[in-house]
Ligand binder design. Structure first.
Ligand code: ZN
Length: 174
């Protein structure tokens, strides 16, 4: 299954995803395909909405032991009191990065592909990626965490870069 990433400003990215109600083979295959694409795209996380499916499912893989998983209908049930910076990016806002503040540790409750509930504590990059992906399920992007002026500047640069890419493509196709 070859997956295509939905990129900003596609409206899908602003929609709220719906809970998964049936843990069937289709969900298993989808999660598996998403995990393999993560390797291919060199990302640490991917939400179903980013491949055009509005369901509450995401995968994370930081390439560290024990930090790989499928999260279905997840809920962040606890966060540490701190707020730490990290340079975040997103496969749906390719090649753009910004410093985002988030708690360094979280507790998340979710279901695995067979519908079995689990609860884990995550910290560092794992916690960061889970929070970033959980935002996607609410239609939220990492740029929404930035100060208004910073966010506007980044999105302006981003749309300029997209226009340039488009122009380049149409020239090539002529
Ligand atoms: Zn993202």
């Amino acid at each position: 299954m070859k997956l295509k990433i939905v990129t900003y400003p596609n409206e899908l990215l602003r929609k709220k995803s719906e809970p998964v109600t049936e843990f069937n083979d289709e969900i298993k295959e989808l999660a598996q395909a998403m995990l393999s694409s993560l390797e291919e795209f060199r990302g640490v996380g991917l939400s179903a909405v980013q491949i055009g499916r509005l369901i509450r499912l995401f995968v994370v893989d930081t390439r560290q032991p024990g930090e790989r998983g499928v999260f279905i209908n997840p809920q962040i049930v606890g966060t540490s009191q701190d707020n730490v910076p990290y340079e975040e990016g997103c496969l749906s806002v390719p090649e753009f990065f910004a410093r985002v503040m988030r708690p360094s540790e979280i507790t998340v409750q979710a279901f695995d592909v067979s519908g079995k509930p689990f609860i884990i504590n995550a910290k560092g990059l794992y916690a960061r990626a889970i929070q970033h992906e959980a935002d996607h399920l609410e239609g939220k992007l990492f740029v929404d965490h930035l100060e208004e002026s910073r966010r506007r500047a980044l999105l302006k640069d981003y749309s300029r870069a997209c226009d340039k890419k488009k122009a380049h493509k149409s020239k090539r196709n002529r």
